[in-house]
Design a protein around this ligand. Structure first.
Ligand code: CP
Length: 294
């Protein structure tokens, strides 16, 4: 049994083996398998989610697991119970694995040292979101045939983005080149040694243009002057899309702020993989759950 806390330090062969297994599950003809029947998994979301939570639940049900959904907002967390005590409580009831999303950085590593069950990171503060990056890699590999040799621009709120970090580590391990583009206030200087910050014009000249959501909930007030100003400086507008290479694709982990970081017309544009990325969340999470439970 294994945790999946992050992709930093994961080898290319391990990343490829998860993607290969996801490809198997994507092709699997039957809707439900009894592969992991009789085992229990708890989805523990201490922060809101739509895609990650539901694609984990679909993946778990497709594997024949018994699924418990824990939502902090309607739990004893509201009476002051800690994250640690909550996870220990579910563990004591006999769950076999936990999928967990947390707001504060640093808590997940500590938790993983104190529980016996495997924990799967479903979003850890601004640290890592490994299953999102795995589904992003899966989408790139499926579209281009390989990740090695690709140039990927990650544009937007790098400072607060766990998606940017997980992609940075995994893309590097798989032989892709990452470029960042962000306004000063959204840069993460500690990552500059791994990926250069480039201008918007330069960022558009990549094989993959990955837009990030402006995380209004993680910004101090006043940091973001206006949505319109952001769009003008760093949004993927219809005008900027025309400067992209003919073969290049658009990605975004979603949820999307339409007409802020990406124009409404581009969300379902032929170049856009946004909803295809989401569909890959299910087979990728099947592979990840299987890895933790077998
Ligand atoms: N991409 C992503 O993690 O979306 P949710 O926050 O809706 O899970």
């Amino acid at each position: 049994d294994k945790h999946l806390l992050g992709l930093k330090g994961m080898s290319e062969s391990e990343l490829e083996s998860i993607l290969d297994r996801a490809a198997y599950w994507e092709q699997y003809p039957q809707k439900v398998t009894q592969h992991l029947q009789g085992r229990f998994v708890a989805n523990m979301f201490f922060e809101n989610s739509t895609r990650t939570r539901f694609s984990f639940e679909v993946a778990e049900k497709r594997m024949g697991l018994e699924v418990l959904n824990f939502t902090a907002a309607v739990s004893s967390v509201q009476k002051g119970e800690s994250i640690y005590d909550t996870v220990k409580t579910l563990e004591s009831m006999g769950i076999d694995a936990g999928v967990i999303r947390l707001k504060p950085n640093g808590v997940l590593d500590e938790l993983a040292r104190h529980v016996r069950i495997p924990l799967i990171n479903a979003g850890d503060g601004s640290n890592e979101h490994p299953t999102q990056a795995l589904l992003d890699l899966y989408t790139m590999r499926k579209h281009f045939g390989a990740v090695r040799g690709l140039t990927v621009s990650i544009i937007g709120d790098i400072k607060h983005s766990r998606v940017a970090r997980s992609n940075l580590w995994a893309l590097g391990a798989m032989g892709a080149r990452v470029k960042f583009c962000a306004p000063d206030a959204m840069q993460a200087p500690e990552l500059a040694e791994y990926a250069p910050y480039v201008t918007m014009d330069e960022a558009l000249q990549s094989d993959v243009v990955m837009m990030l959501r402006v995380q209004l909930e993680r910004h101090e007030q006043g940091m973001l002057n206006s949505a319109e100003q952001y769009r003008e400086g760093y949004g993927l507008t219809v005008e900027r899309e025309r400067k992209m290479k003919d073969h290049a694709i658009i990605m975004h982990p979603a949820p999307i702020n339409r007409n802020v970081e990406i124009d409404d017309e581009l969300v379902e544009h032929p170049r856009s993989k946004i909803f295809i990325q989401m569909s890959h969340g299910v087979p990728v999470r099947m592979a990840v759950i299987e890895r933790s439970l077998t």
